[in-house]
Design a protein around this ligand. Structure first.
Ligand code: ZN
Ligand code: ZN
Length: 463
């Protein structure tokens, strides 16, 4: 272990969002991830805090996958003056091409909303973290690479990406540093997928590392089996057909949405979906679904054979414009509305909640992780009232949580993935809330006899 190869934890250390790690290799600096903090206003305030390193001292950026909690501060970094490359898998580059401009647009909207309030209070205006234009300007800095391709990104530091099976293009990041005839390897799991997901591959196993950064989002629990998940979906659709309202599904535009569409098509008759009008009310999810179509060679729809003709959803309507979205507001019964954001802290789903959450016939189905402090988490936790645009609303909708469609490995899967390393390398647990991290650490200790570290923000570890 020497000081010339080290990692400093700048985010997602004790939280799930804000992934960011600074790797020092000799005199060079590589930023691994530059993700957005998401959740409460306090959490979001961390996004504007400058990095503890001058932006022009960063030589390269590596990105594991396109999700905003990993990529969402990249336009901000570029706005601060970062001019170097951003290495990521080709499909992640394509997804970032739609996700980051969309994130910039949301930042602008949010600043505008805050400023209307601030003006009334006589407070000076805030500027958005970055704009859509900032995000569009930075896209040429992306460098797309293939899984398995070794690339020297700074002298003596070689990057290889392996399929993480989480969303399209998602990668496990392997960084090998050579000096004086020795090689030291750090492997970052990124977000690991789960064998239960219907579309993506299983995460690749890596056999050797000197240090592993392991995500721990679901470190404290096992997902329900996929078969049980399918039954739950069937029950929700049946129950909702009887109560006569709408079904809202807050969905992450990239990953969950494509899994969901695939399953709905596959179980169309069994779930009697022909009786519903189905809306994909998210321009971003529509574009992401198109990108999934372009990169089909990167995954096998594992539940079903590749050669089988893709089932269609004849009653699926793509609503791109806001006028099309607003038309859905006129429907009080018989609609399945899939809209973002996945944690309800923004996006079109909020408009649909405003129209539906107080109606007793409404069903809200959560199919993804809900971070502390988000509106989605409050609903999942059983809040009797919520506030939207300052207006209090009674929650009379039925809330369902279907955990088995998670894009993240559960505890057994995380343990299995670590078990793929032959040399039992030391582990740092990242990307997880306190309880998940502590529980996973105890399990790793019991099963493998290692004591994982639980780094805090700004901790540095020499490699
Ligand atoms: Zn992710
Ligand atoms: Zn993540």
């Amino acid at each position: 272990m020497t000081q010339d190869f080290s990692i400093r934890f700048l985010g997602a250390a004790g939280t799930v969002t804000g992934s960011c790690y600074l790797i020092t290799a000799g005199t060079r600096h590589v930023l691994l991830e530059c993700g957005l903090y998401q959740g409460s206003r306090d959490e979001e305030a961390r996004n504007a805090v400058p990095l503890p390193i001058a932006v022009d001292a960063i030589d390269a950026v590596v990105l594991s996958h396109a999700h905003i909690d990993h990529s969402g501060r990249l336009p901000w970094l570029v706005r601060q003056g970062y001019q170097g490359p951003i290495h990521t898998q080709h499909a992640s580059r394509a997804l970032c091409g739609v996700m980051l401009p969309d994130s910039g647009y949301l930042q602008e909207q949010d600043a505008e909303w805050q400023n209307r309030k601030r003006e009334r209070k006589g407070l000076p205006p805030v500027t958005p973290l970055y704009t859509r234009a900032d995000a569009e300007r930075m896209l040429p800095q992306f460098d797309g690479i293939d899984y398995g391709e070794a690339r020297e990104i700074v002298p003596n530091l070689t990057l290889t990406l392996h399929d993480a099976g989480h969303i399209l293009g998602s990668a496990i990041v392997e960084l090998r540093y050579r000096r004086g005839g020795r090689e030291t390897t750090v492997v970052f799991s990124g977000d690991l997928g789960w064998r239960g997901t219907p579309v993506m591959n299983d995460p690749a196993l890596v056999e050797h590392a000197d240090l592993v950064l392991l995500e721990s989002t679901y470190g404290e629990r096992a997902h329900r089996s996929f078969a049980a998940t399918l039954l739950e979906f069937g029950d929700v659709f049946r129950e909702a057909a009887q109560t006569g309202g709408n079904i809202l599904i807050p969905a992450f535009a990239v990953g969950r949405t494509q899994d969901l569409l695939f399953l709905m098509a596959e179980h169309y008759d069994e779930w009697d979906l022909g009786r519903w009008q189905i809306f994909l009310d998210s321009p971003m999810a529509i574009q992401a679904t198109e990108i999934y179509g372009r990169y089909q060679h990167l995954y096998e729809t594992r539940m079903f054979s590749k050669n089988r003709i893709k089932p269609a959803l004849p009653n699926l309507r793509m609503s791109r414009s806001s006028a099309e979205s607003m038309e859905i507001n006129n429907i009080s019964s018989g609609a399945i509305i899939i809209a973002g954001s996945g944690m309800c802290n923004g996006g079109r789903i909020q408009h649909h909640l405003k129209r539906n959450v107080w109606r007793p016939g409404t069903h809200i189905v959560f199919i993804g992780y809900q971070a502390t402090g988000t509106l989605g988490r409050r609903l999942v936790d059983g809040a009797a009232h919520i506030r939207l645009w300052g207006e209090a609303m009674q929650v009379r909708a039925r809330i369902h949580t279907i955990g088995g469609l998670s894009a993240h490995a559960d505890q057994p899967a995380l343990l299995d993935w670590y078990g793929g390393f032959r040399n039992r390398p030391p582990v740092c647990l990242v990307h997880g809330e306190a309880n998940a991290r502590a529980t996973l650490a105890a399990e790793l200790e019991q099963r493998f006899g290692i004591t994982p570290r639980l780094p805090a923000v700004n901790d540095t570890i020499a490699l």
